[in-house]
Design a protein around this ligand. Structure first.
Ligand code: NAD
Ligand code: SER
Length: 315
């Protein structure tokens, strides 16, 4: 029987992914862990407070719950990482190596670790960025994700650790707030549109970035993890694609539901990060190897975000 540990479970992705995993494996078989104190949102199953840099405690938690799979989500994201690059490097790298080492030592079944479009950089082709291309990230976050991809491939090739990974685009969901990324505007905008009817965007109006609605991100993650081992041919990290839009396009979509919505622009340091990333992603390998396809388009995402946030506000 699979016993799953999610590390970083109370973050934007983890809070939704943990619930989805509990629906598959059962509440008691998915342990939600995070540096943050356990929160009500994931109280249906076991929780542990954990600093993933502490390998000994991580090892004890794995033994205590008989863990067979780890989803290691804890990281410092792109914008936040620039305020303390050494700390971001230390957290993002030490934590991954701790998880990979434990997987090797304890012969765990599978590991999931997310990479990002941030592995690409200014020299990368911007449109339909292919799986294998120039990778010259210039944020510490992107550098740590690119190095992490190589560590994952190394542990697979040298030790047979079954580690699987996706290069997520910007993730958009309403159940938890994002944790310091460059794509966060595309979540904040919905909160501000509902509360104030206006939004000041930290990116320029025509900045196109790859994005994905959260239900598609969870679907991609679970489908990759459930794929037969022989089908997972990319052992660094798979490109996955869904949407590509600019702040101006998102504004126009929101106006279809809130006609009086207005937006202004005050680009900050995150503009330079966004400009170093692809505008759209070619995910042919993920589609061919394990059948990836996304479900949610821009219109459906906008409607779901607005409906979901309004429902939350009324409770
Ligand atoms: P988040 O910041 O919302 O959540 C990260 C969680 O990790 C937080 O709950 C935090 O408390 C926890 N954490 C931080 N330090 C920890 C530590 N030392 N020990 C244990 N837990 C710790 O981030 P997210 O958006 O949920 O991202 C999850 C993963 O997905 C990250 O690896 C991120 O790089 C990747 N990713 C996210 C996006 C996105 O748009 N959200 C895009 C690409 C990749
Ligand atoms: N959405 C993430 C960020 O902006 C990309 O990994 O940091």
């Amino acid at each position: 029987m699979s016993k799953v540990l999610v590390i970083g479970a109370f973050g934007q992705l983890g809070s939704e992914l943990t619930t989805a995993l509990r629906n598959i494996y059962g509440d008691n078989n998915v342990v939600a862990s995070d540096l943050k104190e356990p929160q009500d949102i994931l109280s249906a199953g076991p929780t542990e407070q954990l600093d993933v840099r502490d390998k000994q405690t991580l090892s004890q938690i794995v033994d205590k719950h008989g863990i067979t799979q780890i989803y290691h989500l804890a990281a410092i994201l792109s914008a936040k990482g620039e305020s303390d690059p050494k700390f971001a490097w230390q957290l993002n790298m030490d934590s991954l190596i701790n998880v990979l080492e434990l997987a090797r030592e304890k012969q765990l079944d599978k590991i999931f670790w997310p990479s990002s479009i941030a592995v690409f950089g200014p020299g990368t082709p911007k449109q339909n960025t292919p799986q294998d291309t120039v990778m010259d990230p210039n944020t510490i976050y992107g550098i740590s994700k690119l190095a992490g991809e190589r560590w994952c491939a190394y542990y697979f090739e040298k030790y047979g650790v079954d580690v699987r990974s996706l290069r997520y685009p910007g993730l958009i969901g309403y159940k938890a707030k994002p944790g310091g990324g460059t794509t966060d505007y595309a979540v904040d905008i919905f909160y501000q549109a509902i509360e104030h009817g206006t939004y000041e965007c930290f990116l320029k109006s025509d900045t196109y970035l790859p994005m994905m609605y959260m239900s598609d991100a969870i679907k991609a993650t679970i489908e990759l993890m459930e794929a037969d081992r022989s089908k997972v041919k990319v052992r660094s990290s798979y490109n996955v694609s869904a949407l590509s839009f600019s702040p101006d396009e998102l504004k126009k979509e929101i106006e279809k539901f809130i006609p009086e919505f207005s937006m202004s622009y005050r680009p900050d340091f995150r503009q330079e990060i966004a400009e170093s990333w692809p505008s759209s992603i070619d995910d042919t390998e993920a589609r061919e190897d394990w059948g990836w396809q996304h479900d949610v388009n821009l219109n459906r995402m906008t409607q779901t975000m607005l409906d979901g946030l309004r429902t939350l506000a009324n409770h």
